[in-house]
Design a protein around this ligand. Structure first.
Ligand code: ADP
Length: 207
């Protein structure tokens, strides 16, 4: 058992989940203050594909060299590489919060098979919703503050396009499965945190 921030106790298994996110939209802040603590209070790892790719680039590993130009242009890393990265990471964890994965149907299908193999169904999908306009504004603001290469106007356009063309299909898929919770990502960080907690407690209550 693990304690959630509100002081109630929930079984750990309810806390594994996948967080499908619209291209970043300053989720650095939102996630650090909402999803990351959620993972912390439930005692499960926060597995963020974007962070893992950026770490590989910083290390200068073979994977890092392969993905650096893709990240910089704001394109999605090919499915095979991304799925492999997740497969290795999830090999021996119990519950987990996935952040930024799956973003394509191929990734969602691969995740289903991986979870089948370890006998752990997906408990919840959290969708942090932010309009294109707000996403673009936040990214442009972050570009000024941090100067991240993938916050250039062209990279932002690529990421938003991929979201609409590829990730929205994944969102629909989980919506149909009835395990998706939409969270308004335009609220304050505290309210996002509270909404995620409510969603996870709703999942636990249904069991
Ligand atoms: P953002 O939410 O700003 O797009 P992330 O930190 O989630 O940022 O991801 C940064 C970059 O890492 C993405 O633009 C993409 O190049 C790559 N990436 C992250 N997750 C995935 C994924 N599931 N599939 C393919 N590429 C990914």
């Amino acid at each position: 058992m693990s304690r959630c921030a509100a002081g109630r106790w929930l079984p750990l298994q309810y806390c594994s989940g996948v967080v499908a996110t619209i291209p970043r939209a300053n989720f650095g802040t939102l996630l650090d203050h909402s999803v990351n603590p959620i993972a912390e209070v439930y005692g499960v790892p926060h597995v963020a594909t974007g962070d893992m790719f950026r770490a590989a680039v910083a290390e200068g590993s073979e994977l890092g060299r392969q993905v650096a130009p893709i990240l910089e242009e704001g394109h999605l890393v090919p499915d095979e590489l991304t799925i492999e990265l997740i497969r290795e990471r999830l090999a021996d964890v119990d519950g987990f919060v996935l952040d930024g994965f799956p973003r394509t149907m191929a990734q969602a299908e691969a995740l289903d098979s991986m979870l089948d193999e370890i006998g752990k169904p997906l408990d919840a999908v959290l969708l942090l919703q932010v309009s294109d306009q707000v996403a673009t504004e936040r990214l442009a603001h972050r570009a000024l503050l941090e100067g991240r290469a993938d916050d250039s106007p062209e990279a932002i356009r690529n990421r938003l396009r991929d979201y609409h063309e590829l990730t929205e299909l994944v969102v629909d898929r989980y919506g149909q499965a009835g395990i998706e919770f939409a969270v308004d990502g335009e609220q304050s960080v505290d309210d996002v945190f509270a909404a995620i907690e409510d969603a996870l407690e709703g999942v636990a209550a249904r069991r």
